[in-house]
Design a protein around this ligand. Structure first.
Ligand SMILES: *Cc1c(COP(=O)(O)O)cnc(C)c1O
Length: 465
């Protein structure tokens, strides 16, 4: 048997076992069983290899995580050494561990001014569950026990636990399992492309922010605890709000004394060219996960600003919340080394001043493609809309019938061309590793263009244009 045959046989076996035993996240198992899952076996830098030997450029950083790229041996070493020294100990019952303390101190340094405390969790979802409980605890301690409602946005993503999925605004998730849980309500998202007809982006940003005030007045200002939002919506399709949006949201939160939670699970640690994208509009709590370890080991948490921390700590008493793996020493060791790499390689500054602007230019040029309506970036996230007919004004562009699934078709062409790009409806999105060079950005954009050409050919062949 040749090597190639051995690998192929192995792929079939793995696919069969996969289907027989492994329930995947957000997956139609019946459909996956017919196709067989793609088996990823190795990663190096910005590339992945599957079990068939295909090399694929990972435009999604795993799942918005792998900021420093695959195969960083210094992280594996840090993890190995920590496992040899102390693989686990909990932080309950008045104990702590060295990597957790060091990481909490490091994060306090990197975070915006006034953020000096960290609550660790195992994931972004758990971190948002922590937020729900923490802001309610805060208002209880302040003597406002009625203030328990949290306002979020449609089409936002805040995780998949009961509270995370409730905070999120994904209707498909709410339909399953009786969500949202009580005390969580939603407003519209700042999606200029869909909803900004007849307005300038900044006018629309103010309008979208005004929905928050309307909702506060509807619920009753004395009942609202917090507003939560992603600086740029990720899973919702890389929805970049107009510049006017966040400062106005902050102003409205201040007007009613409401806490502002920035969910920076995607946008934290340099992805938008700052350590934390929300820094300019001063949130009270910041959710993090993903990029904190570049996904090498699961870790999440909440950065707690002084307004909340002073009350939680100052009033005394237990906060009856936490996880076995809060402050896991191995995860914290991975994070410390990952953050060292991000800092030593100047990845945040590179995204802000060098590779980010370069990506904007290279990716933006895709807007000349016959299928592409708009192509925009924000730091190291980017999205393009597939359209049937282009027009200068985005609101006059003609879209495909969503039922045709042009986005998924395009995604398949991307994969087969050797580039991972995610489809959210007919919006194609990327969040590449922050370590990308100019040459690699050019390579990525060329692969995207080739896959767009193949998509165009197929769409024409099917008579959809
Ligand atoms: C991924 C994500 C989460 C959930 O994180 P998990 O680690 O999957 O639980 C929460 N918020 C945002 C913005 C995310 O992108």
């Amino acid at each position: 048997m040749s090597d190639r045959e051995t690998i192929m046989t192995d792929t079939k076996t793995i696919q069969q076992q996969d289907h027989a035993h492994y329930l995947h996240p957000f997956t139609d198992h019946q459909a996956l069983g017919r196709k067989g899952a793609r088996v990823m076996v190795r990663g190096e830098g910005i590339y992945l290899w599957d079990s068939e030997g295909n090399k694929i450029l990972d435009g999604m950083s795993g799942l918005w995580c792998v900021a420093v790229g695959y195969g960083r041996t210094s992280i594996s070493k840090a993890v190995y050494e920590q496992m040899e020294t102390l693989p686990f100990y909990n932080s309950f019952f008045n104990t702590t561990n060295v990597p957790a303390v060091r990481l909490a101190a490091r994060l306090s340094q990197l975070a915006p001014e006034g953020f000096n405390h960290v609550f660790f969790t195992g994931s972004g979802s758990e971190a948002n569950d922590t937020n729900v409980r923490m802001v309610r605890r805060y208002w209880d301690l302040m003597g406002f026990k009625e203030r328990h409602v949290i306002i979020s946005r449609h089409n936002s993503y805040h995780g998949s636990t009961m509270a995370g999925a409730s905070l999120g605004g994904m209707s498909g998730m709410h339909e399953q399992g009786g969500l949202p849980i009580p005390g969580i309500v939603h407003i519209g998202q700042p999606n200029y492309y869909d909803d900004g007809v007849g307005l300038t982006p900044d006018e629309f940003g103010l309008r979208a922010a005004s929905w928050l005030e309307a909702k506060i007045l509807e619920v009753g200002p004395d009942k609202v605890a917090a507003f939560i939002g992603e600086p740029v919506q990720g899973a919702g399709g890389v929805i970049i709000p107009p510049d006017s949006y966040w400062p106005e949201i902050r102003r409205i939160c201040d007007k009613y004394g409401i806490l502002l939670i920035a969910d920076e699970v995607i946008t934290g640690f340099g992805r938008l060219g700052r350590w934390f994208a929300s820094e300019p509009y001063k949130p009270d709590l910041i959710t993090f996960a993903k990029g904190v370890t570049s996904g090498y080991v699961p870790l999440g948490g909440v950065l707690v600003g002084s307004r909340v921390a002073d009350v939680l700590i100052g009033q005394g008493g237990d906060f009856n919340h936490g996880f076995t793996y809060s402050g896991h020493p191995v995860a914290c060791a991975a994070a410390l080394e990952n953050l060292r790499i991000i800092e030593d390689e100047g990845l945040v500054e590179r995204v802000a001043n060098d590779t980010g602007p370069y990506l904007k230019h290279a990716f933006g040029a895709l807007a000349d493609h016959a299928l592409v309506g708009t192509a925009e970036t924000c730091g190291f996230v980017a999205g393009l809309n597939l359209v049937k007919r282009k027009a200068e004004n985005v609101h006059y562009q003609v879209r495909f019938d969503p039922a045709l699934g042009v986005g998924m078709l395009c995604r398949a062409h991307m994969f087969n061309t050797g580039i991972i790009m995610r489809a959210v409806g007919d919006r194609m999105i990327i969040a590449p590793p922050l370590v990308m060079t100019h040459a690699q950005i050019d390579e990525m954009v060329a692969l995207i263009r080739r896959a767009l050409d193949l998509t165009l050919e197929e769409v024409r062949g099917r008579g959809w244009l």
